[in-house]
Design a binder for this molecule. Structure first.
Ligand code: NAD
Length: 394
């Protein structure tokens, strides 16, 4: 790294925000960490918890100081509070802001009206407050925003990195890639992308929208330094990501639960590559007025392929169960997503390997006594407008 940057990480108490903040700090940057602990609140609401115990935000920050000698400036508050956001941005004066701080579970947003409204208000209003805070404080602050590959859905054409050149009735323009997402959560990210692109166009802000694939894995070199630095590992049907859930099911000797035929193909990324992509994006900022989109994924696999890969890596016998799909989504579709920009900037991906999957099995064994198998049963049905909260993890 040539230059020390000031980087404010929003959502730094979460699954990805915490290891990314440590990674950036470990690379010599001055890092601020912000959160409102909404994620810990969803655990209480749903009656679930991370497989791996996680320390409090304060204890994490203090442990990092002990272990690395580096300070993290801490901001506790809610992005939907405009005064708080402006004060945090003006107080820390970052060169870059990494924005992870949203409600991120598709099933959570599909529970009922209240959860859909909460998700879109939290995500869209939080990001809008942030755009205003950047514009008012210093438009040269680079916004690095976490979007998702789910914004695109599964179109029957190649997925480009955010933009598409279209020729219509003999005229050509470069337009935002058309989006057809599959949940109110994913839609909140689409709305964010449009708001950010608009702010770049009218105020000259600079932004990188990272359309990230489904993340797997739990450890990074920094979180492995002390158990109090561990990040969360979710496996429940609402917040758990698919590969993490399959690892638990394999260890418990339960069938891996594939929704529908399992032909749904998704972009994936290792948690260590998430942190590296963020570093690359921060250290190579978008230009003034530029709305840049990178597809932050390293490979694509169908849900059935993921299940078979986990089953093959497990030393014992593993069955795969095909459940009625609670979601409304295509199960057999074309999927070809471009993801070259981050690799061109230097990303050297960790592709899914047996070693990584075996490390997840070991992690699950270590915390086996904390597993609540009933939390993995899908209870949120896309077609139902109201899923009683009590049914979610009943
Ligand atoms: P997470 O829920 O573990 O972390 C998000 C953090 O943001 C939480 O600590 C939460 O308390 C905080 N937060 C939420 N709303 C806030 C608000 N209004 N004010 C302040 N803090 C708030 O989620 P994650 O898995 O770490 O995901 C981080 C980001 O990456 C999300 O934007 C998500 O959409 C995106 N993403 C994640 C994945 C994945 O597989 N985990 C995949 C694609 C994209």
């Amino acid at each position: 790294m040539d230059e020390v940057m000031r980087i404010l990480v929003l959502g730094a108490d979460g699954y990805l925000g915490w290891p990314t903040a440590l990674y950036l700090s470990d690379h010599g940057h001055d890092v601020g960490v912000l959160d409102n602990f909404a994620r810990r609140g969803y655990d209480t609401e749903l009656g679930v918890r991370s497989l791996v115990p996680i320390a409090s935000f304060e204890e994490r920050i203090e442990t990092w100081r002990e272990v690395s000698g580096r300070q993290l400036a801490s901001y506790v508050g809610d992005l939907t509070d405009p005064q708080f956001v402006s004060a945090a941005v003006a107080g820390f004066r970052p060169d870059a802001i990494v924005h992870f701080a949203e409600q991120r579970a598709a099933p959570y947003s599909m529970i009922d009206r209240a959860h859909a409204v909460y998700t879109q208000t939290n995500n869209v209003v939080g990001t809008l407050n942030l755009l205003y805070a950047i514009a008012e404080t210093d438009p040269s602050i680079h916004l690095v925003k976490l979007g998702t590959m789910g914004e695109y859905g599964t179109p029957n054409i190649d997925i480009e990195e955010g933009w598409l050149e279209i020729t219509h009735n003999g005229r050509t323009d470069r337009m935002l890639y058309p989006k057809r997402p599959g949940s109110f959560y994913h839609l909140s990210k689409v709305h964010d992308s449009h708001n950010i692109e608009f702010a770049c166009r009218i105020w000259g802000l600079r932004a990188t929208d990272l359309n990230q694939g489904v993340v797997y894995g739990q450890q990074t070199p920094q979180t492995a330094l002390d158990p109090r630095l561990a990040t969360r590992f979710d496996y429940d049907a609402v917040f758990g990501t698919v590969l993490n859930r399959f690892a638990i099911q394999a260890v418990l000797g339960h069938p891996l639960t594939v929704y529908g035929t399992g032909g749904q193909t998704r972009g994936l990324i290792d948690i260590r590559d998430t942190a590296e992509c963020i570093r690359i994006a921060c250290e190579n900022p978008a230009g003034p007025g530029e709305f840049r989109v990178f597809n932050q994924m390293t490979q694509s696999l169908s849900v059935e392929q993921i299940a078979k890969t986990v089953a093959a890596a497990y030393p014992g016998a593993v069955e795969v169960d095909y459940l009625d799909n609670p979601r409304v989504e295509s199960e057999n579709h074309y999927y070809n997503a471009v993801h070259t920009s981050l690799e061109q900037l230097g990303l050297r991906p960790h592709l899914l390997s047996d070693t990584l999957i075996e490390s997840l099995f070991a992690l699950v064994e270590q915390h086996r006594d904390r597993i609540e198998p009933e939390a993995m049963r899908p209870a949120v049905q896309w077609r139902r407008q109201s899923n009683p909260s009590s049914a979610i993890v009943a």
